[in-house]
Design a protein around this ligand. Structure first.
Ligand code: ADP
Ligand code: MG
Length: 349
């Protein structure tokens, strides 16, 4: 079902946890809410679930106003990082819980519930484990069961708050790919909260970047990555170098090196500005053909090399990534090179 968040605000004492959030989620979409800790992700999810009342704004499920509905009436499914399974229940009982606890008039009969549990066990690829207890499962398996439990009630919307946050990195990557495939099967409208940009970009149809309770940018992973709307988003979406300079006509000037601007690379048309470039989008050129920089250090990881470089007058060293064959000749620490940005964005300083 489609979901419409209209002007939702929530204040805690002196913190505006959510500040007039507007967001439309289409039926069947998987949307990631991405932002650092404290940006309001959990608060927004709790408002949608009905666990928390907003100070203002409206929430629509389809055409229906859900703002005043209780948690149960909203029919949402959720999985939170620390929302544990019921320890004294088997996996099958956990999954059946939402259906069994419906009022009698709306409760499916036992055989129907059992069938639904079997379907869900197959869907989460744990068909043999219905009789186990949570303590007999790995962390990843537990979260898959939690997801099945959330799906059992055929929720209007599925809310996932850092569901893989407590798992180790390798399992997390496996599970997000699995979740993406599962989503393609179920077409369940889903909001997925994460502070991990890689997770958001790999998993979601659209990404919503939050900052201090406000939406900084909404877009497909591609749009967010290629055209970050602000320095904040650029910085949050991957590794970034910033170079101070100024815009003069259609040039960006830093260290007396004018760089002719391509279309759409700059947010500003004049004055002090900052150029953002990712480490793999910086090229090595002759010292007089780019920003002159001194090599501070070189780190190798397999066929990838990261150079740490200091450009005179810049506060922080820059990073440059390149792929380098094992026998390639590399700039030595202490030597001077030139740097040129291949792909970049410029924002007001
Ligand atoms: P996130 O999930 O993105 O880390 P939260 O939604 O948990 O962010 O928090 C948003 C802001 O609201 C933070 O500044 C946080 O400290 C504050 N906050 C969250 N819950 C409460 C609460 N129960 N009481 C007071 N402040 C809260
Ligand atoms: Mg949170």
């Amino acid at each position: 079902m489609d979901l419409h968040i209209q002007g939702i605000s929530k204040q805690y004492a002196d913190v505006a946890a959510l500040d007039a959030i507007d967001l439309d989620v289409a039926a069947g979409e998987l949307v990631a809410l991405l932002g650092p800790s404290g940006s309001g992700k959990t608060t927004l999810l709790r408002v949608i679930a009905g666990l928390l009342h907003p100070d203002s704004g409206r929430l629509l499920f389809g055409d229906d106003d859900a703002t005043r509905l209780s948690l149960r009436e909203r029919n949402v499914g959720f999985v939170f990082q620390h929302y544990a399974l019921f320890k004294h229940m088997t996996v099958a009982e956990n999954i059946a819980f939402g259906l069994r606890s419906r009022p009698r008039s709306k409760r499916p009969n036992k055989a129907t519930i059992a069938r639904r549990v079997d379907e869900l066990l197959t869907l989460i690829q744990l068909p043999e484990l219905g009789g186990r207890y949570p303590e007999q499962l790995s962390g990843g398996q537990k979260q898959r069961v939690a997801l099945a439990r959330a799906l059992a009630i055929d929720p209007h919307v599925l809310l996932l708050d850092e569901p893989f946050g407590a798992l180790d990195a390798k399992v997390r990557v496996e599970l997000r790919r699995w979740l993406r495939r599962l989503h393609e099967q179920t077409g369940q409208t889903t909001l997925f909260v994460t502070h991990d940009q890689e997770e958001a970009l790999e998993l979601a149809d659209r990404v919503v970047v939050l900052r201090d309770g406000r939406i900084e940018q909404v877009g497909t992973p591609d749009e967010i990555y290629r055209a970050p709307a602000s320095a904040y988003v650029f910085d949050f979406i991957g590794r970034a170098n910033a170079i101070e300079g100024r815009i003069d006509g259609d040039h960006f000037i830093a260290h007396d090196q004018p760089l002719r601007l391509g279309n759409g690379n700059a947010d500003v048309t004049t004055g002090d500005a900052r150029l953002y470039v990712r480490p793999h989008d910086l090229a090595l050129v002759a010292p007089d053909e780019g920003w002159p920089a001194r090599v501070i250090a070189a780190h190798r990881l397999a066929d990838r090399l990261t150079l740490e470089l200091q450009v005179d007058g810049q506060a922080k060293p820059l990073e440059l990534d390149l792929s380098a064959a094992p026998d390639a000749e590399l700039p030595a620490p202490g030597s001077t090179v030139g740097l040129k940005p291949l792909r970049y964005r410029i924002y007001a300083a």
